[in-house]
Design a protein around this ligand. Structure first.
Ligand code: 13P
Length: 253
């Protein structure tokens, strides 16, 4: 059975003290909440917050993610953070290929493929993001764009490594805009992604893959999105910064 996941992506928000307070609030909730087997909560914090957040939570109940890692292993790469440095902190996941990194930081499909390789080599589970822009959807190219992003990112990824991967579908036009994809629109893409994974690997692996939806998920729309057969949870931006909203989304899973 595939895992259901509610993952927060804090992006470049909060000071360490604020992130710590948020992590502690979520931890206090999770301590008393009877989370069903096979359902996980992840918080994706800035690099500077990772250590503090790993210490602030019970990492069996709240898993910690970075939002990126270097495509290089180590060495003279000023300003970069290596996958093994992240892993060494007790972090289990990292977001890879978020559309904001594709847009602002040159994360091409090739770079994303090398970052995935670093994750697998260092025991970090990637949350691999894909998603089309508004103009691509309007031109009817959304399936094509998603397929190409995933095929390129995964072209050298073995089945064994892929099993440690979470996929996130985040239509760029829905991120931070308040314009959520409808449950039907999201489900259509999620089912397509699962079919593609079956072609790239096999039907069992596809069935076991967690595919998250991201893009203006909030306390009000989460339950309807999560009710879709191929939507296995959410990657939540803005609403993950408010403990009460994120807790409502956790309850919706
Ligand atoms: P919002 O939930 O703020 O739209 O952000 C989604 C996202 O980009 C999560 O990675």
């Amino acid at each position: 059975m595939r895992k259901k996941i509610v993952a927060g992506n804090w992006k470049m928000n909060t000071l360490v003290s604020q992130g710590k307070a948020l992590a502690e609030e979520l931890n206090a909730f999770m301590k008393t909440y009877d989370m069903p087997e096979g359902k996980l909560v992840i918080i994706g914090t800035p690099f500077t917050h990772l250590s503090t957040c790993v210490e602030a939570v019970d990492t069996k109940k709240i898993h910690v993610a970075a939002q990126n890692c270097s495509q290089f292993e180590k060495g003279a790469y000023t300003g970069e953070v290596a996958a093994n440095m992240i892993k060494d902190l007790g972090v289990e996941y990292t977001i890879i290929g978020h559309s904001e990194r594709r847009q602002y930081f040159g994360d091409t499909d090739e770079v994303i493929a090398t970052k995935l390789a670093q994750c697998y080599a260092n025991g970090l589970s990637p949350i691999l993001c894909c998603g089309e822009k508004l103009e691509e959807r309007e031109a009817g190219k959304h399936f094509e764009v998603i397929e190409s992003q995933l095929r390129n990112a995964l072209k050298d990824v073995s089945a064994e490594n892929f099993k440690n991967t979470v996929v996130a579908y985040e239509p760029v036009w829905a991120i931070g805009t308040g314009k959520t994809a409808t449950p039907d629109q999201a489900e259509e893409i999620h089912a397509f992604i699962r079919g593609l994974i079956a072609k790239l690997y096999d039907a069992k692996i596809a069935d076991d893959t967690t595919i998250l939806y991201g893009g203006s998920v909030n306390a009000g729309n989460a339950a309807n999105l999560f009710a879709q057969p191929d939507i296995d949870g959410g990657l939540v931006g803005g609403a993950s910064l408010k403990a009460n909203d994120f807790i409502s989304i956790i309850k919706a899973i």
